[in-house]
Write a protein that binds this ligand. Structure first.
Ligand SMILES: Cc1cc2nc3c(=O)[nH]c(=O)nc-3n(C[C@H](O)[C@H](O)[C@H](O)COP(=O)(O)OP(=O)(O)OC[C@H]3O[C@@H](n4cnc5c(N)ncnc54)[C@H](O)[C@@H]3O)c2cc1C
Length: 486
């Protein structure tokens, strides 16, 4: 028997509203056939599914505003959606029956090179921004491993991170302003595209709001120079403990690498089998360490890092010989999740964060959770900022094993909080971690957050049933499904 949670949408979408929305976005902008709607039943978190009653694909801010206004008048809540790569069920169409997807809003409105900013529509794919400005020596830094698919709107909603956000900061640090459609259809502009603008940082409030305040339709993004020099290193350790101690030592030495990623033996073996980069499959753990900046200082910093690695037990420290080798190394890392399928029929990625000095402890706790629940758990994560992604391997056809996988994941999240961290590093709360939010926040905190949300969305029309537990959503547990993201 397989289990999965089916979530029932409890709010009916009137046919008159469906016709009105069709008139706004045009026939090709409406998804209403059951088979086509099934595509939108979940995001990358597949444990819970709910088929929406209608999906609309507006082409402009004006169309988004008209759609939302019509829904407002009809009393129907909506779910914003980008590429659907989210990993916490933020796009689940329940209890809201209507999905507003930005996938047809892919234009870059302005490239302002002198002021180092770009204005993109919400549906622009993350990697596209750097592709456009790279010839001018610039980049948009936040680089989630899903960057070839995920959208700027989704990145803003989840305040996404990535390997290179260790040195440069996460999405909120690179969004200067947003254009947003409020739940009653009003179009507002937050932020003034000038660094450190006056007034409350409302753009910062919207970053990480998971679509619960409205639909971001466009954003002004900060661009930064491509570094003059880059050195990428691979450090090989016999044990995870040595690798994690090295992470702390590098940062404690005052070095902030551009990226500092870890893969353990389980993941290295899968990645090597898939991509044949040349990882040593007998290593306990490897660190990918990248430093960038003025070319003049890089050699000395690399030497210092290498010495720290060796002091902490590294068996070998290699440097990428050229850009091709560096690209191959990052490709292996960023596509690691594709390789995990070789290890087990099903897998579930957890996302938590601890202060980086507690990495050795959380890795030990993960190992003991795996042993206690008789499960294999692999680890690949943004070690530099303490953001862990344990991948719990199991077989979804084995009901008992699936239940143990869920229990192990929850234990790991509780351990993160116990060690001074939090239940999400970058994947958000969505529906997945609504209960776990209470591990980090008391009732007063949660009530205050909901009051902030209510400033934008007093009626709870934008993505209800996410982040905060909502009474009345029917959840029937049937099966955990595979998911992974690294
Ligand atoms: C293989 C893989 C690797 C990943 N690696 C990373 C990583 O390194 N770092 C990281 O942070 N995440 C990572 N993720 C998670 C995911 O890619 C990010 O959360 C991403 O930002 C989601 O973007 P999306 O366009 O797919 O959003 P969706 O999944 O469509 O939506 C995510 C949330 O944003 C809301 N939303 C979407 N668009 C808008 C909008 N225009 N306005 C308001 N709300 C909106 C939705 O309602 C939902 O709550 C990974 C996922 C996968 C599958």
């Amino acid at each position: 028997m397989w289990y999965r949670r089916a979530v029932s949408t409890s709010i009916a979408l009137p046919s008159a509203l469906a016709r009105e929305l069709g008139a706004i976005v045009g026939a090709e902008g409406v998804v209403s056939a059951p088979a086509a709607l099934a595509v939108y039943e979940c995001d990358g978190y597949t444990l819970e599914r709910a088929v929406p009653q209608l999906v609309v694909l507006p082409r402009s801010t004006a169309e988004v505003a008209a759609v939302v206004r019509a829904a407002w008048r009809a009393g129907v809540p909506f779910v914003p959606r980008g590429a659907g790569t989210g990993l916490s069920g933020g796009c689940l169409a329940a209890p809201a029956p209507l999905v507003v997807c930005t996938s047809r809003m892919r234009s870059i409105r302005a490239v302002d090179l002198p002021n180092r900013r770009v204005i993109t529509e919400a549906g622009v794919v993350n990697a596209e921004v750097t592709r456009v400005v790279r010839p001018a020596g610039l980049q948009y830094v936040p680089d989630p491993s899903s960057q070839n698919a995920c959208t700027i709107g989704g990145n803003i909603a989840e305040n996404s991170g990535g390997p290179h956000t260790l040195k440069y900061g996460v999405t909120t640090n690179h969004v200067l302003g947003v254009e947003m459609v409020l739940p009653d259809g009003e179009v507002v502009t937050l932020g003034d595209a000038i660094d450190d603008g006056l007034g409350y940082d409302l753009t910062g409030v919207v970053c990480g709001a998971e679509g619960t305040m409205g639909i971001v339709t466009a954003a002004t993004l900060r661009l930064v120079s491509l570094p003059e020099g880059v050195t990428t290193m691979l450090a090989i350790f016999a044990t995870v403990a040595e690798a994690t101690a090295t992470v702390s030592a590098i940062i404690a030495a005052g070095i902030v690498p551009a990226a500092l990623e870890m893969m353990d033996r389980t993941i290295v073996a899968a990645v090597e089998a898939a991509y044949r980069f040349g990882f040593p499959t007998d290593a306990g753990a490897v660190l990918i360490i990248e430093i960038d900046g003025a070319a003049a200082g890089l050699a000395a910093t690399a030497a210092c890092i290498e010495a720290l690695c060796r002091t902490h037990g590294a068996e070998d420290v290699r440097r990428a010989a050229d850009e091709a080798e560096r690209a191959a190394l990052w490709k292996s890392r960023k596509r690691a999740f594709g390789a995990v399928g070789r290890l087990s029929p099903s897998y579930c990625t957890q996302d938590g964060v601890v202060p980086r000095t507690r990495l050795p402890e959380i890795l030990a706790r993960i190992e003991s959770a795996g042993a206690r629940h008789r499960l294999r758990i692999g680890n690949v994560f943004h070690a530099g900022d303490g953001n862990i992604h344990p991948i719990v391997l199991y077989d979804e056809r084995d009901v008992d094993e699936a239940a143990r996988a869920l229990a192990a994941g929850r234990e790991i999240l509780a351990a993160c909080v116990e060690l001074g961290g939090s239940v999400t590093g970058e994947h958000g709360i969505g529906v997945e971690k609504m209960q776990e939010l209470g591990l980090s926040f008391g009732p007063d905190d949660l009530a205050l957050m909901q009051r902030v949300r209510a400033v934008f969305d007093p009626e709870g029309r934008a993505n209800p049933g996410k982040i905060f537990p909502t009474p009345g959503i029917c959840v029937e547990q049937r099966a955990p499904r595979r998911q992974a993201a690294l």
